[in-house]
Design a protein around this ligand. Structure first.
Ligand code: MLT
Length: 308
């Protein structure tokens, strides 16, 4: 008897390397399939989508699952797979870029250079006088607070130690001793407030849950050090934007670096906003797609459940 062909509906572009794990013949994969057995998604918001009754599993080619109605799917017995750690290195590298962009005023410096006239006779003088406004500070010797010590948080902590920074770590869920391969030099903090008070730069690596919504807010932002830098490469809702704007205007915050371009935050001169680029590398896209395609295959063909 020929074996069943599975239909997989894809809602976003998924790397070819991942799709190759769902071979034609055994799988029909596409943006419109008649009766999908599974859905493969990256960032599409599924909260208002009518998920067809035929769907037995959903796979997210990324770490966070907040774009998927996980509770409703669980109630239907539909597992939601994700790819924890598969894009962690990509996110870590962008966090390092974010810290450097903020510390050395790189976006503003680039805008300054873009505005120069290459043919101007006084170009050199213009550069010499203009560059003074972009003098920054070095990361070495600064204290970096890392809130959230999962895979990304731990990789960021390692990299920061390599850069000569002091690292203060806190995770609302796991004890620092249980944190994923954390370097021994990381100091422990007892709360989010302590991290915010004691660090010059603070980076957030928690998922968006009820417990983490507005984790950084109007109560604790004013307690940060003068000239502090806040980096949010996790999820927009983890930070209260209105409180950030107030802290940028009235102090103590000098910069907010985030991976979400939205609202009033977007145009503020002290904000560096990126278009959700954390996981956007060839390597991370391949890793995530391969991991979740294999999970789907194992589930559909053998009933195995991993990372759901
Ligand atoms: C993640 O949750 O890992 C990212 O949102 C992935 C992505 O950008 O697609």
């Amino acid at each position: 008897m020929p074996s069943k062909q599975f239909q997989v509906l894809i809602l976003n572009q998924i790397s070819d390397l991942g799709l190759q794990r769902l071979p034609a013949g055994r799988y029909e994969v596409g943006k419109s399939v008649a009766s999908p057995d599974a859905i493969l998604v990256r960032s599409a918001d599924m909260h208002s989508m009518q998920v067809p009754a035929s769907v037995q599993a959903i796979a997210r080619a990324g770490a966070g699952t907040n774009n998927i109605p996980v509770k409703a799917m669980s109630a239907r017995g539909v597992p939601v797979f994700n790819a924890p750690g598969a894009n962690a290195n990509a996110v870590k590298e962008l966090v390092l870029a974010g810290m450097l962009m903020a510390a050395r005023n790189l976006p503003a410096a680039q805008r300054f250079v873009d505005g120069l006239d290459p043919a101007a006779h006084d170009l050199d003088e213009h550069v010499e006088s203009g560059k003074k406004q972009f003098a920054g500070f070095e990361l070495a010797g600064q204290t970096l607070g890392v809130i959230g010590l999962g895979k990304v948080g731990c990789l960021v902590a390692h990299a920061a130690i390599q850069l000569g920074m002091n690292v203060l770590g806190f995770d609302p869920e796991i004890t620092i001793d249980a944190a994923w391969s954390l370097p021994s030099q990381v100091k422990r903090a007892g709360s989010v407030s302590e991290v915010l008070k004691r660090s010059q730069l603070v980076t957030l690596h928690v998922p968006l849950l009820d417990a983490t919504r507005h984790l950084v807010n109007a109560d604790n932002l004013p307690t940060m050090k003068p000239g502090a830098v806040l980096l949010n490469f996790s999820r927009e809702g983890v930070v209260d934007d209105a409180a950030v704007l107030r802290a940028l205007e009235a102090g103590p915050l000098a910069r907010y670096v985030c991976d979400f371009p939205h609202g009033h935050i977007l145009r503020h001169p002290k904000v560096i906003a990126l278009p959700h680029l954390g996981a956007s590398t060839r390597e991370a896209e391949d890793n995530c797609a391969v991991m979740v395609a294999e999970q789907l295959r194992d589930f559909l063909e053998h009933g195995h459940i991993a990372n759901a």
